[in-house]
Design a protein around this ligand. Structure first.
Ligand SMILES: CSC[C@@H](O)[C@@H](O)C(=O)COP(=O)(O)O
Length: 340
């Protein structure tokens, strides 16, 4: 298989490597992945994360296994096992569905490899298109608030919502970003801050509960976030805390955009209530861990509620920035998403 290189995932010299996003930004450790057990562990522990990237990492592993003369039955089981790791991000299901089709073909080894390569390259192109559409919504001098990490680390390309910010900065040169730290796993504080620093885009890190007062002070012009699944009616699931921002944006009359590729659309899910939300281990809320070690601040057995995502209803969204363009409330009500 040809070499494929992204910020946090690479297939090079026949070796699949994953950058450990749990240890970033203070340690940059790449893990080699040769089997389903390792990839499952990397996904479950969020060492590889972000809706598009999970699907691509799993796909490249299947392609690698196909190249090792793995039987059809074992590959089919591997696809099922990887698909079962995280239930909310539909990109993973999208990739696994494509690979299942490839596996049915006569020359399935070549088909599986071609499909994985195509998915990877397609994601780069989709990011570019979303960013181009989204950047047109940004004005010179805008203060943009974002949540979680939706950048190059989470995709094969420049990212979804953060890709828009990157393009807008290239266009205007004077964008400032408010970065929600994104409790409990701190994807904003660890990863988005790291990426913005690398891209030399001015940013300020805030705790999630500071967004309201910033909005009240008139310091947020627009909000851009990513999505893990967009239902047919435009409701979408994204990192927990996104819904809070949408409600706050509505109250303060601030534009709120969701940015996602067509691989995030799930027209078989009618509305947000039908999206399965991943529940995670309580330890993530009782304390924090990372390259610095572990800290526990709550009582060891404190009862915890820890959904990884929440659902934002369509009525709170100003625009859906997809690779095919920007869609308004009216477009969505007309059923624009069902057309894909
Ligand atoms: C391009 S990323 C879009 C989403 O996947 C992102 O906003 C998000 O919620 C990631 O969650 P994570 O749990 O870190 O995988």
């Amino acid at each position: 298989m040809q070499d494929l290189i992204a910020s946090s995932l690479k297939f090079q010299n026949n070796t699949l490597m994953v950058l450990d996003q749990y240890l970033l930004p203070h340690q940059q450790v790449w893990h080699e992945c040769r089997d389903v057990k390792t990839m499952r562990e990397l996904i479950l522990s969020l060492k590889i994360r972000g809706a598009p990237l999970i699907g691509l990492g799993a796909s490249l592993l299947i392609a690698y296994l196909a190249e090792q003369d793995t039987t059809k039955a074992v590959l089919a089981q591997a696809i099922d096992d990887l698909e079962a790791t995280r239930p909310t991000a539909v990109n993973l299901m999208h990739c696994m569905a494509k690979l299942r089709v490839a596996l049915q073909q006569q020359d399935y080894v070549a088909e599986v490899i071609n499909t994985a390569v195509k998915l990877f390259n397609e994601d780069i192109a989709l990011c570019e298109k979303m960013a181009t559409h989204g950047a047109k919504l940004v004005n010179s001098g805008d203060n943009i608030l974002t949540h979680c990490n939706t950048g190059a680390l989470a995709t094969a390309g420049i990212g979804t919502a953060l890709g828009v910010i990157y393009k807008a900065q290239q266009r205007h040169g004077d964008i400032h970003v408010w970065v929600d730290e994104t409790r409990p796993l701190l994807q904003g504080g660890r990863l988005t801050a790291f990426e913005l620093e690398r891209w030399q885009i001015p940013y300020t890190l805030i705790c999630d509960n500071m967004a309201a007062s910033l909005m009240a002070a008139g310091k947020v012009d627009k909000i851009f976030v990513g999505a893990d699944r967009i239902a047919a009616n435009g409701d979408f699931a994204n990192k927990v805390g996104t819904y809070n921002l949408a409600v706050l944006a509505h109250f303060h009359d601030i534009e709120f955009y969701v940015v996602a590729p067509l691989t995030t659309l799930d027209i078989n899910t009618a509305c947000g209530k039908e999206i399965e939300i991943e529940q995670r281990n309580g330890a993530e809320v009782r304390g924090v861990s990372g390259s610095f070690g572990e800290a526990l601040w709550a009582p060891t057995n404190a009862k915890v509620y820890n959904p990884a995502f929440d659902v934002t209803p369509a009525k709170l969204i100003t625009g859906w920035v997809l690779d095919t363009g920007v869609y308004s409330q009216a477009d969505i009500k007309r059923g624009a998403l069902r057309g894909f």
